[in-house]
Design a protein around this ligand. Sequence first.
Ligand code: NAP
Length: 312
Amino acid sequence: MATPRKVIIIGSGPAGYTAAIYAARANLAPLMINGVQAGGQLMLTTHVENYPGFVDPVLGPELMETMRKQAERFGTDMLGEDVIEVDFTRRPFVVRTADAAFEGQTIVIATGATARMLGLPSETLLIGHGVSTCATCDGFFFKDQDVVVVGGGDSALEEALYLARLVRSVAVVHRRDTLRASKIMQDRAFANPKISFVWKSEVVDILDPAGGKVTGVVLRDVVTGARSERRADGVFVAIGHLPNTAIFRGQVDLLPSGYVRVEPGTTRTSVPGVFAAGDAQDSVFRQAVTAAGTGCMAALEAERWLEAQHLG
Ligand code: NAP
């Protein structure tokens, strides 16, 4: 194995790139193992209008490319492979890809989360073109239009309530006739005149991939099997997120939901020297800018930890 790295960053969304920029500027020559599909959830987004610093909308992939170049400019080494295994029980820590193993004095986990999707081909074709997994990010594009939200949990109702401030109507499509969401969220949604519910129904297709934009959904009544079409300008899939933390199970403490447990107000995990940033440890805000913020925190905490161990 080569000389241990001071900092190894695993993952490459806004959290990973920001950690890399800060660590590289602190002369820590970080290694970033950014995965085969680098860039995180913003790679599936078209226009980003809420990331500070851009007067005009920036495309998600373009924003990630800019962050990557900024991290490289200060001397981050990038490796386009997936981490398949880690060993945080020994020091330096060990991080393995299919082809190699690396040692790191500190680790920043920035592997993000993946929005659960319905699994429809039309959904894949229209993501970023009317299909979204983030109302805060994309709701503004549907001002005074009609949208569908899929799901029956707190996320679905939170998305519906947020969207109701902007759009003309929100139809929440849920596969059962009772919601999983908390009582308070249900009360708010039921009281909102812009929000209606389509019960015991599944979205089985999204129209119209050939036209390159969303014009409606095909619904299937789960009891009768009957199919119907509903006009819509946008579809928000809100059926939960899965943090990308499987490789860390048994290595750092995870919450029952799978998110990495960090000490409140820090990025410190249960293993000293291992830090977690971005959506891998955040089930609440899930924004590019909050991910970038915690990426910065993780790099600063790693730097301070190295100094305290006389490894800096
Ligand atoms: P969740 O509670 O797991 O709910 C997922 C919803 O999506 C469920 O209603 C589920 O239906 C539905 N669903 C799952 N797979 C589906 C599929 N393939 N097709 C159609 N529907 C599908 O996830 P979440 O809403 O993201 O919440 C996750 C956690 O974060 C929860 O603990 C929640 O309380 C918390 N949270 C809290 C807040 C808040 O307090 N403001 C906001 C967001 C999230 P079924 O009900 O039939 O299973």
